[in-house]
Design a protein around this ligand. Sequence first.
Ligand code: IVH
Length: 598
Amino acid sequence: MTGEKDIEEQLRRLRDELHGHNHAYHVLDQPTVSDAEYDALMRELRALEEAHPELVTPDSPSQRVGAPAAEQFAQVQHEVPLLSLGNAFDDDEFMAWHARTAKSLEVDGFDMACELKYDGLAVALVYEDGGFVRGATRGDGRVGEDVTANLRTVRAVPLRVQGKYPRRFEARGEVIYPKSKWHKLNEERAAAGLPLYANPRNTAAGSLRQIDSTVTASRPLDIYFYSLGWAEGWSKEAPQTHSESLDALKGMGFKVNPHNRLVKTADQVLDYYKGWLERVESLDYGCDGVVVKVDRLDYQRDLGQVGREPRWAVAYKFPAIEVTTKLLSIEVNVGRTGSINPYAVLEPVKIAGAMVKQATLHNEDLIRQKGLRIGDTVLVRRAGEVIPEVIKSVESKRDGSETEWEMPTACPSCGEPVVREEGDAMAYCVNVACPMQLQRTLEHFVSKGAMDIDGVGEKQVAIFLEKDLIQDAAGLYSITKEQLLDLERFAEKSASNIVAAIAASKEQPLARVLVALGIRHVGTENAELLARHFKHMDALASASQEELAGVEGIGPVIAETVWDFFQNAKNRDLVKRLAEAGLQMEMEAGPEGPQSLE
Ligand code: IVH
């Protein structure tokens, strides 16, 4: 029979191994085993713990599932208060902070740690003898809520740390809800008719502050650690700088952001700021600025704080991307497929430097779910290159004069009926010959990701159609400079530029031509897959649904829409005339032969 000591040893081994795999997957993003192997180890651990419940410890990897908790969160007094941050809103304000700080320190320059400012929920986690013992929300900075059970379910929170660590310490960080997963969650909620979440930050906070931590366990929360709150009992020399303390945390297995930078000059900070201002949307979490911290801890001590704000750090905020304004009306336009797309007409408002007058509303159901009424004060978001979006109504601002919106029953372009089929999110104009559909199809054809015809956009397409210069995309290729000049809408130079740009587009590769055709689901990526596989438009046009679905990366749904497209005689005729006009119908052989994927 196996002795108690052996079992303990076996449990320790299993737990260590699982902690290691967990760290590799959730902190380093470099999995060391397959999910199946991980699950098998976890099952082994659970079986052993079930047989020996007295040996279950709170830091066991099996304890991440959460436990139905008591009625309320206990209050936790932070041993060292969590501070706030002073803000800078432009370069001058940041430079003023830098100059002031240098003057106080009586130095010309000082090292600074540049970090992202996460838009999540601040937490402080206490570790004793290498184990996670208590975690709390920031609260008012002095007293927070005990969310230990919930934090244990967050995969990137180490339940036990590795390597060398102080006997007692506090790691501080920000809990975030990954944006990609948040969008998915909201899509699922929309489909299920549930109210939508306003933003990832609120969802992160809501998920962490669940009385029942099994709910938290079901949410894909993540965390970045940005400081060592306090520490006692170092087994090696204590860090002398902020960046060294982050390195120490990283060494213990905490997730520290890879985008942190240590810089020497204020100009380098401005570069870091500008770089992230442009790229912030590429992050999978909310980020509303950068945080700049004096790196040397002795300097931090010398500088001290004013009120709750340390003099040694500053948040240089990005311009707000969410603002409120009035929803003046809801209009619709007709899409390429005949879909009737509602959009918001807004009282013009400046968001992150750009004037916003319109915002997308997607579809009827989303308008209902967001409870939007005409005349409402609404929260509008504009981020990066993304089309502005109405997030929600501010219900407290209503005065009773607001009105509900109804989907129009007739197409605004051709007056034919608008129909919404059961199970469809979108309503459509029933008229396949609706002039607006053709306009949109052509706008797509000439657009950047398709044939990329410079100088031809919405306005020019509308003129060509109105003046009967073209009936479809192939018509573009027989437009002459003289025709354009005759219209008296184009000057000599713009007329020759347009004709040249149209001619140049004939060199666009097969994949671009496929995108330009506007087949549903065939964007850049799928077009590349199809072009590479079939190499010739004719081969693609005559492929069976089975052949299409057999292409790596192309599923049955795409296969069907592509097949459908080429079954239509009008579409085949269009492709034929585009070929006659001289567009690329064959994939060019690369330097390493036609198979080259690079
Ligand atoms: S350091 C100086 N670093 O900002 C002490 N805070 O206004 C401040 N925050 O609620 C903490 N990203 O949760 C620090 N990289 C970062 C941060 C960060 C976001 C939050 C923090 C706190 C607030 C302070």
